[in-house]
Design a binder for this molecule. Structure first.
Ligand code: AR6
Length: 189
């Protein structure tokens, strides 16, 4: 499913983000940037070991050895991936007790990733469904946050080259939830 926001395309797809040919793909990482399971593991396997080396350099050089805080984003090359760049961001771990804070942190993941892609002259960006796997963020709420934040960025930020944003969903079930959310947003705006 595709929609148009301020002359740019937002598309929902099912598939594997490591196969996307966008300029940048986004990784749902953890603060260590050292890899993990889920989409993070898949991206590291497909990119090859140079990605881990690059992540370690980012930790040292950009983060003074500290972890990447939740909601923030950093960028590396894509190495063996079709994508030129990998943008690593850390979603909130859902507890159910801090819904507003966690929604804001998830929105920050999307916004900061798009800003970093824009800063690197990317024309296309693909996201996985950040925080809805191991971090247990409810998919319907995550879909709303993801799609409204992407739309807000594309409407409000004009000084960039991003023409295409994809949400790459890993199951038909997630796709259906994102599709329902996109339809709701389209009819309410
Ligand atoms: N392509 C697209 N989506 C995928 C792929 C793939 N190849 N593989 C999994 N997904 P998760 P999180 C989906 O758990 O919740 C890691 O260990 C998956 O079905 O990868 O942000 C990190 O190191 C789900 O819909 O990320 C962190 O420790 C979505 O990607 C932690 O997990 C996100 O699930 C981050 O947890």
């Amino acid at each position: 499913m595709k929609t148009n926001v301020n002359g740019r395309t937002v598309e929902l797809l099912t598939g594997d983000i490591t196969k996307q040919q966008t300029d940048a793909i986004v990784n749902a990482a953890n603060g260590t940037l050292l890899g993990g399971g889920g989409v993070d593991g898949a991206i590291h396997r497909a990119a090859g070991n140079n990605l881990l080396t690059a992540c370690k350099s980012v930790r040292q050089e950009k983060l003074n050895g500290e972890k990447l805080p939740t909601g923030e984003a950093v960028i590396t090359d894509g190495f063996r991936l079709p994508a030129t760049y990998v943008i690593h961001t850390v979603g909130p771990v859902w507890s159910g007790n801090h819904q507003q804070r966690d929604e804001q942190l998830l929105a920050d993941c999307y916004w900061n990733s798009l800003q970093l892609a824009a800063d690197h002259q990317a024309t296309s960006v693909a996201f996985p469904s950040i925080a809805t796997g191991v971090y247990r963020f409810p998919v319907d709420l995550a879909a709303q946050v993801a799609l409204t934040t992407i739309a807000r960025f594309l409407r409000n930020q004009n000084d960039h080259d991003i023409r295409y944003v994809a949400m790459v969903l890993f199951s038909e079930q997630d796709y259906d939830i994102y599709q329902a959310s996109m339809e709701e947003i389209k009819t309410s705006t």
